[in-house]
Design a protein around this ligand. Sequence first.
Ligand code: FE2
Length: 216
Amino acid sequence: MSTAGPGVDTHEMVLIHRVIRREFGQLPRLLRSAADDRARSKAVGAHAREMLDFLHTHHTGEDELLFPLLRERAALDPQLMDRMDVQHTQINDAVAAVGAQLPAWTASADAAAGEQMAALIDATMPTLVDHLAEEEQELLPIVSVTLTQSEWDALGKHGMSAIPVTRRLVILGHITEEADDAERQRFMQVVPAPARLVYKLIGHRQFTRETAAIRG
Ligand SMILES: [Fe+2]
C-alpha cells in the first residue's frame, strides 16, 4: 500500500549528487598533485576524508531510510532495487579501500599510494556516475509520490547530522556551488535562518578560500 503524499520535492538530492560527481571527479587529480608534498597531502587528505564520509553518509541514509520503504511499498521494479544495492556495495567497497589508505598517505604524501587511490577512484567513477543518474531518472520521480514529507525530511536530517557543526558552512558551499539562483533559493529554504545569515557573512568566503587552495 502506498502512503503517497501530494508529491515531495526531491530536488535537493540532485544538488547532493552534483557535489559527489564534481568532487570525486577531481579527486584523482588532487591526489596525484600532492605527490611527495606533505603540506598538500594534509589539505587534500582532509578534503578526501570529508568527501568519502559525505558519500558514505548519503548511501547509508538511502540504505536505511529510503530503499526499505520503496521495497516495502513495491514502488519500483525489484530488479532496479537489486541493481541499486549492488552499485552501493561496489561504491562502498571502493570508499572503504580509499579510506583505509588515506590516513597514511595524508601523513606521507607517498606518490605510489596516492596513485593507487587515484586509480581506484577513476575506475569507480563510471559506476558512481551511472548510479547517480539512474537514481535521479528512475527513483526520484517515484520517491516523490511514495514517501511522505516527514519520511523524506528524515533522510535530509540523517545527512545533516553526520556533518560536524564546524564543517556545515563549507558543505553548504559545496551543495550550492553549481546551483542556479532558483535552486539556491529553494535549497536555502530548508536551511535555518541563522545559518543562512552566517553563510552569507562568513561561510561563503570560507568555502571559496578553502576550495581554491585545495583545487590549486
Ligand atoms: Fe542519492
